[in-house]
Structure formats: structure tokens, C-alpha cells
Design a protein around this ligand. Structure first.
Ligand SMILES: NC(=O)c1ccc[n+]([C@@H]2O[C@H](COP(=O)([O-])OP(=O)(O)OC[C@H]3O[C@@H](n4cnc5c(N)ncnc54)[C@H](O)[C@@H]3O)[C@@H](O)[C@H]2O)c1
Ligand SMILES: O=C(O)[C@H](O)COP(=O)(O)O
Length: 527
């Protein structure tokens, strides 16, 4: 049974689900050293934002197949190292969207009406109605920085509360912003004009300290800023100074450059500031959503199935994935075949998507073809996650071609692998729902089911040759399951593909290549 380590508090619904297919160990509050020590035992790791999955952890994780982040942000995971090692990293991109958006809105309203301070004051026996006079958000301008899933929900609710909306998101179309009732503007303008600013963008090298002394200096003295996205997007020192000097009116933070926050100067400010301990995703609903979403993906990957929200392999909608699955298997099989025919040192791979496949997302098919191509050399070290990188590291150039014209099959894939001296090509198609067929080898038409043990010859089309091969195999006690010959002209060149019940013993290949008329012979293992 595979073993899963859960190293952060995860909702029991996810743990129960994983318990059906794996041994699940819940060990939270591990030190980095403890994690490195035990990680070699595990096939999967399930985390939230509390566990730092560093390069050292990943290097020590000799069995690990998947890291599941029960939440959105994967900035606590060294994704490039995981990718290089072929470890899938998955998250739950939508499970906590509403929770995080509602937390940002709650902080905006709390800032406007001084709710945390008023609460403390009453509990201290005071009745300070004048001191806690607030402001309305109605007709105020909200600037949303990052109009993705969470930012969009915040914008929708804020609009319903009568707020005017500005947005800054360099990757968003004007049309989408307009649908949400937002005016897309430059960042400087948003900082100058907004009464409230809410951050909903990822933390990247570009967004680190995006809110700094200069940007804070552009804000109105009555403006309030909320960060429910990631710590480090706001420069905390600069924020403290802007609050102390009255440059801005108030701030609410849920996330910090370093967590837990500890005894930060922010905790001792006299001014309006609300601090929550990274609670954006902490609702019962969100925790169930993310735990189940990620547990299902861990289960699928452990069972050898693709994950729906992998961050380091192309993500596909489940319906699209369902349709592409047989073609991915076909591409992998053809890649494996053409790799075995071409031998090593492949310079380029041309992936040609034909017929109805020409209009599909080609990336998963290309990745599958590369996985197949490299698997004779790299075996289980290559997978959907690292096939692209491994091919690039080996200098294999990938060319994609699309041809929508339909041939004998509604959709087919042709792979051509160019080596130093020759190019080998194979084509395949799917019959019915999911039956794989090899339909061409080096332009010789055939119709062959890929099998575990195969013998392939290129020979002169002449009488007696098939019989001689049959006798040779018989003399080595190898049983032939099926045989196909493909030729372009009578008595010209031909290919013969034999499916065998048994692996070919040593020495057979040289006997076969000695048969008159045989130009080349290959042992091919597919599946
Ligand atoms: N506080 C919490 O507990 C909590 C919970 C969930 C998510 N989050 C964080 O909230 C943030 C948003 O999450 P999401 O699910 O909406 O992500 P998302 O990917 O749906 O949206 C992010 C948006 O930011 C935009 N963006 C990227 N770079 C930008 C830049 N330089 N300037 C402006 N916009 C930029 C993107 O185009 C995208 O539209 C993430 O940082 C996530 O980690 C925090
Ligand atoms: O990225 C996220 O999903 C949030 O920051 C939530 O983090 P958490 O799972 O540690 O609450």
C-alpha cells in the first residue's frame, strides 16, 4: 500500500478519502530536519501553507510521486526542483476562492466600522460611540489589484454594495474587466484614486514589495489597504511608516512576509490596523473543498491516473482529459516505437496531429509522445511532469504540425524522429473508443495492435522470406501471435511486424538479419 504523509492540519474528509487507497500518517509541526528524515518513506505529501517543501526535502524524497497543496498558493513548494525530479505538484485552485474573498470583504467592512477596536472597547466596559464613528463603503472607489478568481468575487460583491470599481491586472482583457463592472486602469492611477485597495495577485519576484513607500505615497490620506493575497507583496516597514505619518488611514493584513508574524512592529501601532493569522481559507466549507479536491488528485496519481489541477504539467478540464486520454496513450506508444526504431541521439521530433485532433490542445499529446520517446533510455525516471525538460536537456527539438484533412481515421498522430543519419516515422490512430492501432511505419501502410513483444523487419518483398522468419522463430521456440506485412509496391521494400507471445531470446536477431533479403530487424517492446 502506498504511504501518504500529511504534514499540516487537513480536514478529515480528505484524510478519510486517502485512507481508502493508502496508509496515511498525519504528522504536523515537523521541523525541517524531521521532515527530511522521514520523507524517503512516502509516496505522497499533503500540505497547506505551513510546510516548507524545499529543495533539500525534495532531494531526500526518493519515493515521492506527488505533492498535494490543499489550497491555492504553492510558493512554499520548490516547484522547479519537483518538476525536474518528475514529482507532480497539485493544488486546489478554486476550493477556497469564496472564503478568501469573503475574508477580504470582512476586513474592508471591519476597517470601515472599527469593529475589532469597538469590540475590545465594549468588553473593557466602555461605551465609546463617538470614537468609533465609521465610514460607508457605498459610492466609494475600490481598487482591485489582481482580478482573478478571488479578485473577481470581491469585485462582484463590492459592486452589489454600490462601490465604484477600478482594477489593475496586466494579464486581463478589457472585456472581462467590463463584464465585472471594473474599469481597467494603470497601477498609479488605481493608487491615486481608490478609497480602498485590495490585493489579490500572486507573489512573484515582480510583485515582491509592489506596495512600497513610493506607491503608498500616492494613496489618499483617507484610503485603506487590505492584503489577503500573500505576505511580501506589501513592504511592511513602509506600511508601518505610512500609517504612523498619516499618509494613509488604515490597513488590514491576513498574510505576512514571514509567518507566523511574531512580535512585529505592526502589532504595536497605535493607528488603525487589523491583523489576522492567515485566515483567508479558514472556513469549514473551504477546508472540506480543498481537502477532498487534493485527496482525490493524490489518489488518482497513486493509481496511475492524471491529476486535474497539476501546476507543473498541462492542466486539462476533466471532459477534455477524458477525450484525449486514448490519444495520449497512443502518442506515448508511438513515441516509444519511433524511439526504439531511431535508436539514441534524436535531434528532433515532429509531432503531426491529423484530422479531428488538429483542433485540440496539442500540449498533452506532445508531452506523452516525448515520454514514450525517452522511456527506452530513462525508464520510470521520465513521466508527464519532466518529459519536456528531459527532452530539452538532451537537445531534442520539438516541432508541432497540424493537418485537419481527414485520412482513413477521424484523428491520427504521426511522429517523425530525426537522428544524425535518418528520419524514422510512425503513425497511429484510435479505433472505436480506445483501441490503439499502428497504421504506418516509415510510410508503409499496416494495421497492427501494439503489444509487449514485437519483431519488426524491413526487407525485400520476395517469395519465401516470411516462411524463413517463421522457421527461425520456431527453432527458438518463439510463438507468433500475429503477423502483418506492409508494402508500397510488389517486390519492392516491405515491413513485417510480428507480435510474439514470448520475448526474443538472445541471438535470434542476428540469425534473422542473416536471412537473404532482410535489410534491418528490430526487437520492439511496447506497453
Ligand atoms: N489569505 C489566504 O488564505 C488566501 C487564500 C486563497 C488564496 N490566496 C492568495 O490570493 C491570491 C489570488 O488568488 P486567486 O485564486 O484569485 O488567483 P488567480 O490566479 O485566480 O488570480 C490572480 C490574478 O492576479 C493577476 N496578476 C498576476 N500578476 C499580477 C501583477 N503583477 N499585477 C496585478 N495582477 C497580477 C493574474 O492575472 C490573475 O488574474 C494568491 O496570491 C493566492 O495565493 C490567499
Ligand atoms: O494559498 C492558499 O490557499 C491560502 O493562502 C490558504 O493557505 P492555508 O491552506 O495555509 O490556510
Amino acid at each position: 500500500m502506498p504511504k501518504v504523509l500529511v504534514s499540516d492540519p487537513i480536514d478529515p474528509s480528505g484524510i478519510d478519502l486517502l485512507g481508502q487507497v493508502a496508509q496515511v500518517d498525519v504528522k504536523t509541526k515537523l521541523s525541517p530536519e524531521e521532515l527530511i528524515q522521514i520523507i524517503p518513506e512516502y509516496d505522497a505529501l499533503m500540505i497547506r501553507s505551513g510546510t516548507q517543501v524545499t529543495e533539500a526535502v525534495i532531494e531526500a524524497a526518493t519515493q515521492l510521486k506527488i505533492i498535494g497543496r490543499a489550497g491555492v498558493g504553492v510558493d512554499n513548494v520548490d516547484v522547479p526542483t519537483a518538476t525536474k525530479k518528475g514529482i507532480v505538484v497539485v493544488n486546489s485552485p478554486e476550493g477556497n476562492t469564496i472564503a478568501a474573498a469573503e475574508h477580504a470583504l470582512a476586513l474592508m467592512l471591519s476597517l470601515s466600522r472599527h469593529i475589532p477596536d469597538a469590540n475590545q472597547s465594549v468588553k473593557a466596559g466602555k461605551w465609546e460611540r463617538k470614537k468609533f464613528t465609521g465610514v460607508e463603503v457605498y459610492k466609494k472607489t475600490l481598487g482591485v489589484v489582481g482580478l482573478g478568481k478571488i479578485g473577481s468575487h470581491v469585485a462582484t460583491v463590492a459592486r452589489a454594495m454600490g462601490m465604484k470599481l477600478l482594477a489593475y491586472d496586466p494579464f486581463l482583457s478589457q472585456e472581462r474587466a467590463e463584464q465585472l463592472g471594473c474599469r481597467l486602469v494603470e497601477l498609479d492611477f488605481l493608487f491615486q484614486e481608490s478609497d480602498y485597495i485590495t490585493l489579490h495577485l500572486p507573489k512573484t519576484p515582480e510583485t515582491q514589495n509592489l506596495v512600497n513607500a513610493e506607491t503608498l505615497g500616492k494613496m489618499k490620506s483617507t484610503a485603506r489597504i487590505i492584503n489577503c493575497a500573500r505576505g511580501g507583496i506589501i513592504d511592511e516597514d513602509a506600511l508601518g511608516k505610512a500609517l504612523e505619518s498619516g499618509q494613509i488611514a488604515a490597513a488590514a493584513l491576513d498574510v505576512y512576509a514571514s509567518e507566523p508574524l511574531g512580535d512585529s512592529p505592526l502589532c504595536h501601532l497605535e493607528q488603525d490596523i487589523i491583523l489576522t493569522p492567515h485566515l483567508g481559507a479558514s472556513t469549514e466549507e473551504a477546508q472540506t473543498n480543498v481537502a477532498v479536491d487534493v485527496a482525490e488528485q493524490i489518489r488518482d496519481v497513486l493509481l496511475g491516473l492524471p491529476a486535474r489541477s497539476a501546476v507543473n504539467i498541462p492542466g486539462l478540464r476533466p471532459d477534455v482529459l477524458e477525450k484525449l486520454k486514448p490519444y495520449m496513450l497512443l502518442a506515448e506508444t508511438l513515441g516509444n516505437l519511433v524511439g526504439q526504431l531511431a535508436g539514441g541521439r534524436i535531434e528532433s521530433l515532429d509531432v503531426r496531429l491529423q484530422g479531428e485532433l488538429a483542433s485540440n490542445d496539442s500540449q498533452p499529446i506532445v508531452v506523452a509522445a516525448l515520454k514514450g520517446l525517452l522511456s527506452p533510455a530513462l525508464r520510470e525516471r521520465v513521466n508527464y511532469v519532466n518529459a519536456g525538460i528531459e527532452a530539452k536537456d538532451r537537445g531534442i527539438r520539438v516541432v508541432e504540425t497540424r493537418d485537419a484533412s481527414v485520412r482513413d481515421y477521424s484523428g491520427s498522430i504521426q511522429l517523425s524522429a530525426k537522428g544524425p543519419s535518418e528520419t524514422r516515422s510512425v503513425t497511429g490512430a484510435i479505433l472505436g473508443e480506445d483501441e490503439l492501432r499502428i497504421t504506418n511505419i516509415d510510410d508503409f501502410p499496416i494495421n497492427v495492435v501494439p503489444t509487449r513483444h514485437m519483431l519488426l523487419t524491413v526487407h525485400r518483398d520476395m517469395p519465401g522470406i516470411i516462411g524463413q522468419i517463421g522457421s527461425q522463430l520456431g527453432s527458438f521456440n518463439v510463438n507468433i501471435a500475429s503477423m502483418q506485412v506492409g508494402r508500397k509496391m510488389v517486390r519492392g521494400s516491405a515491413v513485417m511486424v510480428l507480435s510474439l507471445d514470448d520475448p526474443l531470446p538472445e541471438g535470434v536477431l542476428s540469425e534473422i538479419t542473416n536471412v537473404e533479403g532482410i535489410r534491418d530487424a528490430y526487437i520492439v517492446n511496447l506497453q
